[in-house]
Design a binder for this molecule. Structure first.
Ligand code: B16
Ligand code: MG
Length: 216
C-alpha cells in the first residue's frame, strides 16, 4: 500500500459543529426545522446538496437564485467560524498517525468534498504537509461518486489498488469502493457493511498499513 487518502471533515478535523452552527443560523432565519440528526445526513455531502436536504423541511419551494444566495450566506458564516480555528485544533492523535505514516514513506493525500479544504489545512498548520490535495474545487461530482479519490490517486501517480481511503461518512465509503479502493471506516462509516477495515480508533491505522504491506 503506497498511499493513504484521508477525508478531511470528520477524519483529520472535526468541523461538524461549525457546519451545524452555520446551517442552524440559516434554517432559523428561514423558519425551517433543523437539528443535529439532520446535520448528520450532511456528512460528506456537497454544500448545495446539503441545502437541498435542509429544504426538505421547508413549506415552500426555493428558486435556484435563492438557493445560491442562501448557500453563499451559510458559507460566509462557516468561514468566519473557521477563522477561530488554529493549530491547537489539530488532534494530537491525528498528528501522530500522520507523522508515523510519513516517516515510513507512505504517500499522504486529502480527498474532501469541501471547497474550504485549503483554508482548513492552513489553519491546522498542515498547508504543505500532504503530497496531494483533491477537494471540492477540483471535482464535478460529489461522494458517493469516486471522482475526488480518483483525482487524488492521479495526483499521487498511483493506482487505486495501491491506496487506502479513510472516511467517516457512508457516502465516502461508497465512493471509495466505487473507485476500486480499499477503505478504512471510522465512526458511522465503520458500520458500512462493505467497509474493508472498520476502525474504532484512527490510532490503529499505521498498524493496518504495515500489516497490509507485510502481506504483499
Ligand atoms: P464546503 P468532507 C464535507 O467534507 C463535509 O463533511 C460536508 O458536511 C460539507 O457540506 C462538504 O464538505 C462541503 O463543504 O461547504 O466547505 O464546501 O467530509 O468530504 O471532508
Ligand atoms: Mg467526512
Amino acid at each position: 500500500m503506497k498511499a493513504v487518502i484521508f477525508d478531511l471533515d470528520g477524519v483529520i478535523c472535526f468541523t461538524d459543529k461549525l457546519h451545524y452552527k452555520a446551517w442552524k443560523n440559516i434554517a432559523d432565519e428561514q423558519g425551517i426545522y433543523f437539528d443535529e440528526k439532520i446535520n448528520d445526513r450532511l456528512r460528506g455531502v456537497s454544500r448545495m446538496e446539503s441545502l437541498d436536504i435542509i429544504l426538505e423541511k421547508a413549506d415552500r419551494a426555493y428558486s435556484f437564485d435563492e438557493k445560491k444566495e442562501i448557500a453563499e450566506k451559510k458559507n460566509d458564516i462557516y468561514v468566519s467560524l473557521l477563522d477561530t480555528m488554529s493549530e491547537k485544533d489539530l488532534d494530537a492523535n491525528v498528528k501522530v498517525v500522520l507523522d508515523t505514516l510519513r516517516s515510513r514513506g507512505t504517500l499522504l493525500a486529502i480527498g474532501s468534498s469541501s471547497k474550504n479544504t485549503k483554508k482548513i489545512l492552513e489553519k491546522l498548520g498542515l498547508r504543505d504537509f500532504f503530497d496531494a490535495v483533491s477537494d471540492g474545487t477540483n471535482i464535478t461530482k460529489s461522494k458517493p461518486d469516486p471522482e475526488v479519490f480518483l483525482k487524488a490517486a492521479e495526483m499521487l501517480g498511483i493506482k487505486p489498488v495501491e491506496a487506502v481511503v479513510v472516511e467517516d461518512a457512508l457516502s465516502g465509503i461508497d465512493a471509495a469502493l466505487a473507485g476500486g479502493f480499499e477503505c478504512v471506516g471510522i465512526g458511522e462509516a465503520a458500520m458500512h457493511p462493505k467497509v474493508t477495515y472498520p476502525l474504532k480508533d484512527l490510532a490503529d491505522l499505521p498498524e493496518i498499513v504495515l500489516r497490509k504491506n507485510a502481506d504483499i
